[in-house]
Design a binder for this molecule. Sequence first.
Ligand code: BGC
Length: 389
Amino acid sequence: MKQLTNLSYSLTLLITLVLNVNCKEKTEKKMKEEPIKTATIERSEYGTTTDGKKVALFTLKNKGGIEVEIITYGGRITSLKSPDKEGNLKNVVLGFDNLAQYEEDNPYFGALIGRYGNRIAKGKFTIGDKEYQLAQNNGDNNLHGGLKGFDKQVWDAEISEGETSVSLILSYTSQDMEEGFPGTLETKVTYTLNDHDSLDVLYEATTDKATVVNLTQHAYFNLSGDFSKPILDHIVEIDADHYLPVDSGLIPTGELASVEGTPFDFRQPKMVGQDISVENEQLKLGGGFDHCWVLNNQSKGYREVASAYEPASGRYLEVFTDEPGIQFYTGNFLDGTLPAPTGNYEQRSGLCLETQHYPDSPNQSDFPSVLLEPGEKYMTKTSFKLSTK
Ligand code: BGC
């Protein structure tokens, strides 16, 4: 009997041991398979375009409470919520609440811009001995890729999830001669939200014929989160000793003008409203700031180039890029006709910091080249980092 009891005791011990080991293994496996994720991405349906294409909405969230919404129509950031210094979450980018509104002609709210962000004089350029004519959709000039640029295309989407970051990978193939541009352009834009409260935008493209490319992001920021308030109280800094003066069609004259002693000097943080109304020919032409700044330290590649700060909320936006230029646009053409969450978007209700090559580069041989040849890869990165102070 005693022997039996001993045997059953040993058996119980063995089973418990085996079970324990098994259980521990499972827990370890579980820990390996399912790490604690601090960033998430979710997909939902957003709507259908007038030509019948389905548009999806992706919501990216991180540990710090940042929430970004991006739709596949134009790869547009439709909302970017970030906490103020008291932790109150508010959307800080201008947008609409439905697809139909985005499809109507609008000022490129939150959109990816291509193939050529900004203006090309007379919509014309030559590569080798071939001349190309684009749409003249902005006076005599081509603006933001033409009549149906990347902002109006429905992009394919894939997601990628890390432990502390999530990515939305958007791709779009622009056909040879689409909007008048040569070459089939395979384009990929990856939005990554990470736990350092940075939204990174990585642009990649390849072509099968020599072409010109200049991609950018057209978010309008109002860091107060109150779009009925103009951005004139935002404090902006741009690391640039020079800017590009423009003609009446906002095409750079070719001169790299010093910012010293002009309203264009943002080398020290300065309130947007401080000089925007001073008597100045260039401000008159742009209706405010609507110019490309020639960024310093171009040889350094990816670096911090600009920032905006809204003192009341404490929200602080830093912009990093490897691009040579930044178009600082103060929403001068917003005219109170487009619906905002309350009322309409009035002039200067948002500001854009569009990292890019210089406008009209295809026609200005002294500017850094925007030519992309077959076999080369276009690759450029910009980050928007949010914090408070
Ligand atoms: C340009 C403005 C233009 C706006 C359109 C900006 O990138 O610099 O001149 O009006 O885009 O929304």
